[in-house]
Design a protein around this ligand. Structure first.
Ligand code: 5AD
Length: 349
């Protein structure tokens, strides 16, 4: 047990603001026992705020066209091996109807940065979803757009927006992205989304190439200051057709520790146990929940297209992470005393 790490975890648990150097102390000093302690405190906080309810989000990967070239991502524009696809509005609405029937009350529309989906087309999709099922929440995950675009999408009915910041360290951002993709613009987008009244999600991969303990400390300090309503984080997993093909995957243990620290920093945050975590460890999804996560995002995309939306290798696609598996998922969750709920699962702040 490390005295310093333990004291800082306690300080966080008691609602104190930590400095970036404190987060760094935790990242560099916490041993296995301290990590277990952080997880148990985070799990207790999850239960105090949400009981044993796990919120579901139906994920629709509606386009894998992307103009960006993120070095880690399987659907980057330089990857010529991908079969590109776009769903039609009708296909998206079919996903909605299916997901709704399975009890999902949040639809996450996620895609690459695809110029085909203009504001006009996106707003039409958003308002059609809302008129078809008014009690559903819409989360968009479409990358960087203009403030005006975000404003129009919000007016059309979008409730939430996910835009992982990927790393809060500018030099690190530059190692993960080509120079035309700017750290400053990504951060600006997050500010705009917040100003416009979206429930906003940021996040990062754990163990991405060049990431240091300092990077993770700066991510935690950023999350503490920015106070997003949602945080998406999972391990980096190499994709064979990217420049990072030979890089090692992120660690499951560090991912779990980071989930716990995010829960301790923002007790009411909506925090998914991600597919990437489930991909690296058979118990990954449950372990994520026991480390403080309270959201699961089943895949609602048409089954025959799922293999084309491959951001990283060996992506879990076995049933539990998919909508066909909601009942199975509920059963799996019952082994740790949790259950899925039919609820929009809105932010508490
Ligand atoms: N490993 C893990 N996560 C990845 N993402 C993209 N590529 C990978 C990868 N190789 C994550 C990014 C992005 C989100 C949609 O998926 O953080 O924001």
């Amino acid at each position: 047990m490390n005295e310093t790490a333990r004291q800082l975890i306690d300080a966080l648990k008691d609602g104190n603001h930590l400095q970036e150097k404190d987060f760094l102390q935790i990242m560099t000093h916490a041993g296995a026992e301290d990590a277990e302690y952080a997880k148990s405190c985070a799990n207790a906080l999850r239960i105090a705020n949400f009981g044993q309810a796990i919120f579901l989000r139906g994920l629709v990967e509606f386009t894998n066209y992307c103009k960006n070239d993120c070095l880690y991502c399987g659907i980057r524009r330089s990857n010529k091996d991908v079969v590109r696809y776009r769903l039609t509005k009708e296909q998206i609405l079919d996903c909605l109807v299916q997901g709704y029937a399975a009890g999902l009350r949040t639809l996450v529309l996620q895609g690459g940065e695809d110029a085909f989906f203009t504001d006009e087309r996106m707003c039409d999709i958003v308002s059609s979803v809302k008129s078809r099922r008014p009690d559903i929440a819409i989360t968009l995950s479409l990358g960087e757009r203009s403030k005006e675009s975000y404003r129009r999408l919000k007016e059309a009915g979008a409730d939430r927006y996910l835009l992982r910041h990927e790393t809060a360290t500018e030099w690190h951002y530059a190692k993960l992205h080509p120079s035309f993709q700017k750290f400053s613009n990504r951060m600006q987008c997050l500010e705009w989304l917040k100003e416009l009244g979206y429930q906003v999600g940021c996040g990062m991969m754990i163990g991405s190439p060049f990431q240091t303990a300092e990077c993770l400390a700066s991510d935690l300090a950023f999350i503490q200051d920015f106070r997003p309503q949602m945080v998406g984080l999972g391990p980096f997993i190499p994709h064979q057709a990217t420049p990072f093909a030979k890089e090692p995957a992120g660690s499951v243990e560090t991912t779990l520790l980071m989930l716990s620290l995010v829960r301790l920093t923002l007790p009411k945050v909506l925090l998914p146990s991600t597919t990437a975590l489930a991909t690296l460890h058979p118990q990954g999804r449950l372990r994520g929940i026991l480390a403080g996560a309270n959201v699961i995002m089943p895949n609602l995309s048409p089954v025959d297209l799922r293999d084309n939306y491959t951001l990283y290798d060996h992506k879990a696609n076995t049933g539990l992470e998919a909508v066909e598996g909601v009942a199975m998922l509920d059963k799996e969750l019952s082994t740790i005393g949790c259950h899925v709920v039919v609820d929009r699962g809105d932010a508490l702040y």
